[in-house]
Write a protein that binds this ligand. Structure first.
Ligand code: NAP
Ligand code: HSE
Length: 428
């Protein structure tokens, strides 16, 4: 049995996990695919750096081309991250007929179509299960498990770092910055954690999920993005009082052929299963026209969970090699993309307003909602220490995004509204 040789680009959090799983599960893997899988070479930035895994120093290289152009390497596993150089390496590897497994959502969200086209051209596989929701096999589930259904909604907690932060803020009253530091130390956060907390990491993952789920090429710029840096402890307390949790949700919806994709902190009813997904865990809720509601839950980041997805992709590539069917995957995005306008995007909203405590104020505020045909589900008023001011908490019925933008613009110019403290989408 000729071994299948793998070139590993990166030996950080995920790369270390890949080595552990490939070496630790060697016999099982060989039995499944009919050949030993061997990590032949490993790319790092600095060979002299201390590693928390023992590895033959002869396998380490600081020159990516040693791996990409290595004549015996069949599969490249890319876990170094980044976009520019990494894309160059992957395209070159594909043009040399090497298959690619990657965890790189940044790259796949931005350049997925180009990379997949290059793979097809060269009859190669490119698999990227680990790029979304770490250890949850959600990509394979959408591609294969839902191939018979039409997906109408994908709603996910797809960023472990922000879920870890929001959970600790909610359960322990911890400060945002302290928890972010802990997430970085645990290896969950990106090298630049801004992309986690500002929602970009989740947006990239939703781009990938929406493309696969709706079978249309969704681009990153189609996703409306808001992160969690403005979520306050006060908002979380209000949410809990009203029976909600605040979660950073990616939401992709389809109605007829129109789609919308967004990422934003969202108040989720505590009775919805996604509200109880805590810590670094991720969950993806998928609503299929025929199957109804389904939900997939698991570790969204970290060494071994992410490496599990990588090695499963590796197994799939090697099985394809044995069958001689690499690069023969049907097109994933064969439909024309049609995006909803703001008038067509609809959801419930939570608003926290600080307003003057005078006769007629509540009536003026509710009139603004009425003027833009936004119907209200509940209104709660309570005094604040800064008299004469009260807080008004409003939850709307389903309202379209354009109408809500007009309501908020009107509040800006209304003297009785001192501050629009918070606005959240509401789900569940
Ligand atoms: P990491 O810990 O920062 O590791 C990156 C590795 O790549 C390091 O070994 C580094 O070498 C090497 N590297 C980086 N740039 C390089 C360059 N220009 N040339 C040579 N080597 C280079 O990153 P990670 O957390 O494992 O993440 C890797 C990828 O997986 C990223 O795309 C990330 O978004 C994705 N991902 C991560 C997770 C997670 O839980 N961490 C989950 C899902 C997906 P040195 O060791 O010498 O510095
Ligand atoms: N930074 C990412 C997260 C890693 O926190 O979810 C997994 O993609």
């Amino acid at each position: 049995m000729k071994p299948v040789k793998v070139g590993l680009l990166g030996l950080g959090t995920v790369g270390t996990g890949v080595v552990r799983i490939v070496e630790g599960h060697q016999e099982d893997l060989a039995s499944q695919v009919g050949s030993p899988i061997v990590i032949e070479k490993v790319l790092v930035q600095d060979k002299s750096k201390a590693r928390n895994i023992s590895i033959d120093p002869d396998k380490l290289t600081e020159d990516a081309w040693d791996i990409i152009r290595h004549p015996d390497i069949d599969v490249i596993v890319e876990v170094m991250g980044g976009i520019g150089l990494t894309k160059e390496y992957i395209l070159e590897a594909l043009s040399l007929g090497k298959h690619v497994v990657t965890a790189n959502k940044d790259l796949m969200a931005l350049h997925g179509p180009e990379i997949l086209a290059k793979a097809q051209e060269n009859r190669c596989d490119v698999l990227y299960e680990a790029s979304v929701a770490g250890g949850i096999p959600i990509i394979r589930t959408l591609v294969e498990g839902f191939s018979s259904d039409r997906i109408n909604k994908i709603m996910g907690i797809v960023n472990g770092t922000t879920n870890f932060i929001l959970t600790k803020m909610s359960q322990e009253g911890a400060s945002y910055l302290d928890v972010l530091k802990e997430a970085q130390e645990l290896g969950y956060a990106e090298s630049d954690p801004t992309s986690d907390v500002e929602g970009l990491d989740a947006a990239r993952k939703m781009t990938i999920l929406a493309t696969i789920g709706f079978r249309a090429n969704v681009a990153l710029e189609d996703v409306s993005v808001q992160g969690i840096s403005s979520v306050s402890k006060e908002d979380i307390l209000y949410a809990k009082r009203l029976g909600y949790e605040v979660k950073l949700l990616g939401i992709a919806e389809r109605q007829d052929d129109l789609i919308s994709v967004s990422v934003q902190p969202t108040m989720v009813k505590q009775t919805h299963p996604i509200a109880s997904v805590n810590g670094v865990f991720n969950a993806v809720y998928v609503y299929g026209e025929a199957v109804g509601e389904t939900m997939f839950y698991g570790a969204g980041a970290g060494e071994l969970p992410t490496a599990t997805s990588i090695v499963s992709d590796l197994v799939a590539v090697v099985k394809n090699l044995k069958l001689g069917v690499n690069g023969k995957q049907a097109s994933l995005a064969y439909k024309e993309k049609k995006l909803k306008t703001d008038e067509q995007i609809s959801s419930k909203y939570f608003l926290l307003l600080k307003v003057a405590d005078r006769a007629g104020v509540l009536a003026r505020i509710t009139q603004v909602f009425a003027d833009f045909e936004v119907s209200l589900e509940s209104v709660l008023q309570q005094p604040t220490p800064s008299n004469p001011e009260v807080e008004i908490i409003v939850i709307t019925h389903d309202a379209n995004k354009a109408a809500m933008q007009k309501v908020l613009a009107m509040f800006e110019s209304l003297d009785v509204v001192h501050e629009v403290k918070s606005v959240y989408r509401v789900e569940g």
